[in-house]
Design a binder for this molecule. Structure first.
Ligand code: HMG
Ligand code: MG
Length: 302
């Protein structure tokens, strides 16, 4: 077993993290968070989503946030686009990457984007085509790959089927997402393996919510398959408004600590990352969801 020597992390905190906040987070705070993440060495940041403000009011300031970011050379900024309307709004903000998002379970597809899996693919097809023609990279998120809040267990077969559909419309990279954080290593491996039947290992990433505390183990299980790209969220922010009870993504700080401890390079400065997490946790008046950040902050106090 050879583990990757380098891992790329996409911090999805500004989007996945803040989409689920009850309190209003001003655009200035979101922009500052993005600046702090790039200062910490993040090279990929999922900034916002161009979804319906009726469905997710927290992301209504999408264009303002994108316009307010001082872009750093070498950093890529991505946004979610559920349909052509979202893509057309997003394109003015010049994202480096767009994300179409589908689910491996029918019920979650209906609850989250108000259509069936098949309909979602039909909806994404022109978005993918337009983005690729404009030179914008297209990632696909596949939700509920091991479990669904409405349907329960999700079989690897369903994940493989979705990966195949994503491939058929030209999605370049897919994220294997445990939306509600119920996965355990062998189940996550099975979902990954089903995806790897359709996508090269270099075009697959893991996106693990940490609801049941399994996300680091699931990350390690994926590394063992050669997967080297992961979505993580500073301070463990996150959740999906249409996946009640699910907590945040695995904390970026926790993943960085684990990887550095294994001699795997991320290009991220853990101390600066902890500062970025402290900034947003202070704003939200909440303790960080990262065990590593908590330990480092305690140690700093002496
Ligand atoms: P719909 O209501 O079926 O849409 O929603 P519609 O096409 O019938 O349009 C209805 C209204 O929405 C119209 O406005 C449209 O203009 C407007 P009205 O005439 O009533 O005033 N509309 C839009 N407005 C802004 N931007 C748009 C847009 N599209 C339509 N793009 C829709 C369908 C997909 C829009 C809706 O269900 C939606 O926005 N869903 C997004 C839900 C969401 O953002 N969930 C969280 C992100 S996914 C996630 O977190 C999982 C992930 O992290 C991976 C994982 O963990 O699994 C990625
Ligand atoms: Mg998510």
């Amino acid at each position: 077993m050879t583990l990757p020597s380098r891992v790329k992390l996409v911090d999805v905190g500004p989007r996945d993290g803040l989409q689920n906040e009850k309190q209003a987070v001003p655009a200035t705070v979101k922009i500052e968070l993005v600046h702090r993440l790039q200062a910490a060495g993040l090279k990929e940041i999922e900034v916002t989503s161009f979804v319906s403000p009726k469905w997710v009011p927290q992301m209504a300031d999408n264009a303002e946030v994108m316009a307010g970011i001082q872009r750093q050379a070498g950093v890529r900024y991505s946004v979610l686009t559920p349909n052509m309307q979202g893509y057309q709004a997003a394109v003015h903000s010049k994202p480096d990457e767009i994300v179409v998002f589908a689910a491996a379970s029918e019920a979650f597809s209906q609850k989250n984007i108000n259509c069936s899996i098949e309909e979602s693919i039909q909806r994404f097809a022109p978005v993918v085509e337009a983005a690729r023609a404009a030179g914008i990279y297209v990632r696909g998120a596949m939700s509920c790959v091991v479990g669904c809040p409405y349907e329960g267990e999700v079989a690897p077969l369903q994940v493989g089927r979705l990966a195949q559909l994503m491939k058929s419309i030209g999605v370049q990279h897919v994220g294997v997402a445990d939306t509600i954080g119920v996965g355990t290593p062998l189940k996550v491996k099975a979902a990954m393996e089903a995806t790897l039947q359709h996508y090269d290992v270099n075009d697959v990433s893991g996106h693990f919510h940490d609801t049941y505390g399994q996300a680091l183990s699931n990350t390690l299980a994926s590394l063992e398959l050669g997967v080297w790209q992961f979505d993580t969220s500073v301070a463990g922010l996150g959740g999906c408004p249409y996946a009640k009870g699910a907590t945040g993504n695995v904390a970026t700080e926790d993943v960085v600590y684990m990887l550095h401890g294994m001699g795997i390079d991320t290009g991220i400065d853990l101390d600066k990352l902890v500062d970025a997490g402290a900034f947003i946790s202070d704003f939200l008046q909440r303790k960080s969801g990262s065990r590593v950040a908590t330990a480092i902050l305690n140690k700093r106090l002496g």
